[in-house]
Design a protein around this ligand. Structure first.
Ligand SMILES: *[C@@H]1O[C@H](CO)[C@@H](O)[C@H](O)[C@H]1NC(C)=O
Ligand SMILES: *[C@@H]1O[C@H](CO)[C@@H](O)[C@H](O)[C@H]1NC(C)=O
Ligand SMILES: *[C@@H]1O[C@H](CO)[C@@H](O)[C@H](O)[C@H]1NC(C)=O
Ligand SMILES: *[C@@H]1O[C@H](CO)[C@@H](O)[C@H](O)[C@H]1NC(C)=O
Length: 255
């Protein structure tokens, strides 16, 4: 009797597990291979066919095709889903919100509808800055040093970045005149970069100026400064020229 009950219990425990596992695999993410992903993206009309391979490439680089991937960046934001879209700007944890008006959790299913809608919006907003972050003053100084920027000007560059972007590598500003300014130094697309392909006087894609790797942003800003001086940036004239600059002298001490 008791052993029968035991068996029954074990059986029902197992079936609960099987049920949970089935539910889990139905509702949770999956890992896409390239071709099925291309078909899924095309089915959801993410873009014209000619651009699908770029989207697949992006998704593979960001998540390895894993719809379940969450990368915690710090205690305020994380990257979610197959395109690793960041929660700070684009959506909110636990409730709908952000510029995509979605919940982070919506991104972690194998249904790509939400990911694709948000990815399209990011793309239309001028850039795919999904790995962007906000630098500290000293992190910026470290990158400036690594790129060989003259130390005498570090204070000016940090002042400029604080004034134009708040040190936010993700910042994209659409301007009324149909140009846009990109990244930590708010480099403008009219003269210096091109949207979607390499070009402008920096011979760069504007999208490459809005990632957490600011090598290109620094290189381009050096070209701008050599050609036009800091005066190119109106905010530099207002907030930095002849003003007390941020003290970054202590930065080198912390490597
Ligand atoms: C992030 O974590 C640090 C260290 O644990 C803490 O001091 C800080 O207040 C946290 N910030 C937020 C927004 O939770
Ligand atoms: C850095 O800039 C200062 C001030 O313009 C200049 O005197 C110095 O020679 C420059 N250093 C290098 C290594 O170019
Ligand atoms: C648009 O405005 C920005 C900022 O005022 C300026 O830098 C840029 O040159 C302008 N672009 C065009 C196309 O006039
Ligand atoms: C940052 O970008 C530059 C230029 O694209 C590249 O050469 C460099 O390897 C990148 N650094 C890292 C840490 O990915």
């Amino acid at each position: 009797m008791s052993s029968k009950r035991q068996i029954f219990r074990t059986a029902s425990t197992i079936s609960v597990f099987v049920l949970l596992f089935t539910l889990y695999s139905l509702t949770e993410g999956k890992v896409y291979e390239k071709c099925p992903l291309a078909r899924a993206l095309d089915k959801h009309k993410i873009s014209s066919r000619t651009l699908i391979s770029n989207w697949v490439c992006l998704a593979m680089a960001e998540s390895g095709g894993d719809t379940d991937k969450v990368t915690t960046l710090d205690n305020v934001s994380a990257n979610y889903g197959i395109f690793q879209i960041n929660s700070k700007t684009w959506y909110r944890e636990g409730r709908k919100g952000g510029r995509c008006n979605k919940k982070c959790e919506d991104f972690l299913t194998d249904d790509l509808t939400d990911d694709i809608e948000c990815a399209k919006q990011i793309y239309n907003d001028g850039g795919f800055a999904i790995n962007a972050k906000i630098y500290t003053k000293c992190e910026l100084v470290k990158q400036l040093s690594a790129q060989g920027v003259n130390r005498s000007y570090h204070g000016h560059w940090v002042c400029l970045a604080m004034a134009v972007s708040g040190l936010d590598t993700e910042k994209t500003t659409m301007l009324p005149n149909l140009s846009a300014s990109y990244g930590i130094f708010q480099i403008n697309s009219k003269e210096w970069c091109r949207v979607g392909y390499k070009g402008g006087k920096c011979n760069m894609k504007c999208e490459d100026l809005v990632t957490d790797n600011i090598t290109n942003a620094i290189k381009c800003s050096q070209i701008i400064q050599q050609q036009n001086g800091f005066n190119e940036w109106v905010m530099w004239q207002k907030k930095c020229k002849g003003k007390d600059l941020p003290d970054v002298g202590h930065c080198s001490a912390i490597g």
